[in-house]
Ligand binder design. Structure first.
Ligand code: B12
Length: 440
C-alpha cells in the first residue's frame, strides 16, 4: 500500500515532552472495530530477519517465490518502508464466528473443510479501508494537537512487514509454538495489521506470557509441518499446500490432508489458549442468541483506562458492520459439498468466490484440493464426478482426479483410468494415471 500522502507545510518539530496520547489512539482503534491496539517503536526486527533468512536458506519457504532473503532486509526494517518511521501501531481483529447449524448436518455426501478465516469476506478488503480511515484521523489528530504532519504506511498481511514480530514486540500477543500470535481473550483467532508512522509514540512492553510446556499443536499437525517449537516447515503446511502451492501436491502428503480444501486450522483448533475465545462464543441463551457476543469480549478484556477522554473525532461505530462482514457467507459455505463443487465452471467460480479469500487459489487450485479430499473420503458416489474431472481442460485437475479415482478404486474408477491412460497426452497427467492404477 502506498504511503498516505502528507506534504509537510508545517516543519516537523519532534518534541519529547509533547507526545500524542496513545490511549486516545487506542480508543480510536476500538471505535473503528479493532479488538486490540498497542504501540512499538520503529526499530529494526533483527531476530525476525535472522529467522527468515535462515529458514529461506533451509528451503522452508520453497514454493513462496516472493519470500526471499532480500525481502526480509526490507520487511524487518520499518525505516526501509517509511524513511521517517518512528513508531508502529499494532492492531488486531478477532475473526472467530459461529458455524451455521445447517453446515454441521450430515447428508451422506462428502464435504470439505474451509479454514475459518475464509468463511467470510476477504479480510484484506475489510481491514484496508479501516486503516485508511485511521491514517486520516491520525493526520488530523497530530496536526491539531502537536502541529505535526503525520506520515503513515499501512499494512495488512500482503505488505512487506513482519506482522507477527510487530505484534509480539508491542505486547499485542505472544508467539505460540505453532508460530501464530496468541492474544489474551481472543487466542490466535485474530488478523494482524499495522500503521507505521513518523509520530513519536510511547511504546508498550512485550507480554511475559508463553506456552509453557504445552506442545499439543506440534503433535496435532497431520503433516508434521511443525518440526520444533516456533518453526513452521511451510512446504508441509496444509495451509501452504491448499492455498499458495500452484502445482501438484506431493503424493505422500495427500493422504494426510483429510478433507481440508482451503487452509488449515488444526494447530489453532487444538490450542488450549484458543479454547477460551471459542467457549465464550459458544455460550447461548434459550433463544439461541450468544450470551457473550464479540462486543462483550472486547469490552471485558480491553485494558484502556481513558474511557472519560473525548475523542478528537469519532468514527461511526463499526462493530456491527465488521461482524456482518465476518459472518460466514452462505454462498461459500463452511463445509461445502464436494461432488457438486467439482463441476463448477470458471464463471461460476468467479461469481461464488468473488468476495472470498478463496479466489486466490483460482478454480484449478480449488478443484485440485477437492480431488484430494474426495480421494481421502473414498466415497464411490464421487466416481462419476471424478471421471468428468479426468477430462477437465486443466492438467492439474486431471492429474489429481486420477489420484482420487485410484484411491476409491471401484471397477468403474479403474476402467476410467485405463481409458484415460490411452487417451491422455500430457506426460505429468499420464504419470498420475499410472500411479493411480498402481495404488488401486
Ligand atoms: C508467509 C505466510 C504464511 C505461510 C508461512 C507461515 C509461517 N509460519 O511463516 C503459510 C502460507 C504457510 C501461512 C499459513 C498461515 N497463515 Co500466514 N502469513 C504469512 C505472512 C505473509 C508472512 C509470515 C512470515 O513472515 N513468516 C516468516 C517466519 C520466519 O516468521 P515467524 O513464523 O513469525 O517466525 C518467528 C518465530 O519463529 C519467532 N521465534 C523463533 N524462535 C523462537 C523462539 C522463541 C522462544 C519464541 C518465543 C519465538 C521464536 O521468531 C520468528 C521471527 O519473528 C504473514 C503476514 C505478514 N506480512 O507477516 C501471514 C500471517 C502470519 N498468516 C496468518 C494466518 C492467519 C495464517 C493461517 C492461520 C491461515 C490458515 N488458517 O490456513 C496459517 C497458519 C500456519 C502457521 N501455523 O503458521 C496471520 C497470523 C495471525 C496470527 N494470529 O498470528 C498473518 C499474520 C496474516 C495477518 N496479517 O493476519 N502463512
Amino acid at each position: 500500500m502506498e504511503p498516505v500522502a502528507c506534504k509537510p507545510h508545517t516543519p516537523y518539530a519532534p518534541n519529547k515532552e509533547r507526545m500524542l496520547e496513545t490511549e486516545k489512539i487506542k480508543e480510536y482503534a476500538y471505535t473503528l472495530g479493532f479488538d486490540a491496539a498497542r504501540i512499538t517503536s520503529a526499530d529494526a526486527f533483527p531476530q525476525a530477519q535472522q529467522a527468515i533468512q535462515e529458514r529461506v536458506e533451509r528451503g522452508l519457504y520453497d514454493g513462496l517465490p516472493w519470500f526471499t532473503k532480500e525481502r526480509a532486509e526490507v520487511s524487518c526494517h520499518p525505516d526501509a518502508l517509511l524513511p521517517t518511521a518512528r513508531s508502529i501501531i499494532a492492531l488486531s481483529l478477532f475473526y472467530l464466528t459461529q458455524q451455521p447449524d445447517e453446515d454441521k448436518q450430515a447428508d451422506g455426501l462428502p464435504r470439505g473443510r474451509i479454514s475459518r478465516y475464509a468463511w467470510s469476506d476477504d479480510y484484506h478488503d475489510i481491514i484496508k479501508p479501516k486503516l485508511q480511515q485511521f491514517a486520516a484521523w491520525l493526520y488530523d489528530y497530530a496536526r491539531n494537537e502537536l502541529g505535526i504532519e503525520s506520515e503513515t504506511r499501512l499494512f495488512v498481511d500482503t505488505g512487506r512487514m513482519v506482522d507477527r514480530a510487530v505484534a509480539e514486540r508491542s505486547g499485542l500477543g505472544w508467539y505460540g509454538k505453532n508460530t501464530n500470535i496468541l492474544t489474551h481473550g481472543w487466542g490466535s483467532w485474530v488478523f494482524l495489521a499495522e500503521i507505521v508512522t513518523n509520530l513519536p509514540l510511547e511504546p508498550d512492553e512485550p507480554l511475559k506470557a508463553n506456552c509453557g510446556n504445552c506442545e499439543i499443536c506440534l503433535h496435532a499437525c497431520p503433516t508434521g509441518a511443525l518440526p520444533r517449537p516456533y518453526e513452521l516447515d511451510s512446504t508441509r503446511c496444509i495451509s501452504f499446500l491448499t492455498i499458495e502451492l500452484r502445482g501438484s501436491i506431493p503424493v505422500e502428503l495427500r493422504p494426510l490432508m483429510g478433507n481440508l480444501i482451503y487452509g488449515c486450522d488444526i494447530c489453532q483448533e487444538v490450542c488450549p489458549v484458543n479454547k477460551v475465545a471459542e467457549r465464550r462464543l459458544g455460550l447461548r441463551d434459550a433463544q439461541g442468541q450468544p450470551l457473550i457476543g464479540i462486543q462483550s469480549i472486547r469490552r471485558s478484556t480491553k485494558t484502556s483506562t481513558s474511557q472519560s477522554q473525548p475523542l478528537a473525532s469519532v468514527a461511526p461505530v463499526a462493530q456491527a458492520e465488521i461482524q456482518a462482514r465476518l459472518s460466514p457467507r452462505p454462498t461459500v459455505g463452511t463445509t461445502p459439498e464436494l461432488i457438486s463443487l467439482l463441476s463448477i465452471t470458471e464463471e461460476e467460480f468467479r461469481e461464488r468466490f468473488r468476495h472470498s479469500p478463496i479466489k486466490r487459489t483460482k478454480r484449478r487450485g480449488l478443484l485440485r484440493n477437492v480431488c484430494v479430499a474426495l480421494g481421502n473420503a473414498r466415497d464411490p458416489q464421487a466416481v462419476p464426478a471424478l471421471i468428468n474431472a479426468l477430462h477437465d481442460a486443466e492438467t492439474l485437475i486431471r492429474g489429481h482426479a486420477a489420484w482420487a479415482l485410484g484411491c476409491i478404486a471401484t471397477e468403474q474408477a479403474r476402467a476410467a483410468l485405463r481409458a484415460a491412460q490411452t487417451a491422455e497426452e500430457d506426460s505429468e497427467v499420464l504419470q498420475e494415471i499410472t500411479y493411480a492404477l498402481d495404488i488401486s
